[in-house]
Design a protein around this ligand. Sequence first.
Ligand SMILES: [Cu+2]
Length: 351
Amino acid sequence: MKYLNSTLVAVLLVVFGALAACDGTPNTAPDAPALSTHDAAPMAALATDLDAGIVRIGAHAGHPEGGPGWKFQLPDEVTAQDRQIPSGWTTFILDNKSGAEHFILLLRVPDELSRITMEEWRDQVTVPFQEIMDFIIDPSKVPDSELAEWYGQVESSGGPGFTGAWTSSEATVHLEPGTYFLDCYVKDEDGQFHSYLGMLERIEVTEEANDASQPEPTMRVSVSSTDGIQFDRPVTAGQHMVEVVFEDQAFYDHLLGHDLHLVRMGPEDNVAELGGWMNWMAPDGLVAPAPASFIGGVQTILTPEGLAGSAPAIGYLSAHLEPGRYAWVSEVPDPHTQNMLKVFNVPRGGR
Ligand SMILES: [Cu+2]
């Protein structure tokens, strides 16, 4: 219950703040460059192996019941056992088989709500968020559903970050037993979240643990509400296991905590445009296609301990880096001013 009041108050403040900011200002879509597919990182061909803590999830166009939309494709090994996976260090491979960006945010519901269904989640979380978005875009569309009171107790538990068209990415997080929803809230051109259009799944993480151990990192990146994104340079070319340390957590103006994403910047890609894209509450924010090529990341891990700053949270991102220009960026409003958009080069040579 601790976050509840602040979250609901923040929803109202932000909605009306956004209204004031958007008043009379036409929203023009950014001139996003076409996503290139040749930058896709070569990934090891790992298949789903639940005992080894590996879960491969597809991202596809099309609603599960037909028609336009988006969906996650859970592996047969998971659907065959009532959508249950073992607990422990778990690597999610997001196989993007579509022309838009996607991610997987794992959201763990409070234990007393562990039996919540997909329909209940959709009615009490997904639809209210869509109605807030619709209202921001068009203030004549007054929301008529309310975000569930218990939503303030849902814990963000990581997952693969933004993953560009026809690209795969890998993120490893430690999962406690519980009921989780897999959500992608990238938006279509008309402001509809992918989750609202069908990109939503429910899994249960069991008490039984997998055999996976904590990954061995080749480099580290830290993210905090005070120091932003910090990392060692130079970053060398090659295959990396990046340890992402969320030193603390905080709620930003968009009601979420910070996360970390890796972007391959093309010669024409604009850093300011990238920063402007990172706020879901902005009408043009998170609307696919993105203004640069995302190659993965680690979604927000937000626990009471993280909010209190008493215990860091750790996740891992696996990526192959060719020489070139990259950026680390967090999905927060105006990341540049928070020290959460850092451009770097991967030089030729190295390992
Ligand atoms: Cu998506």
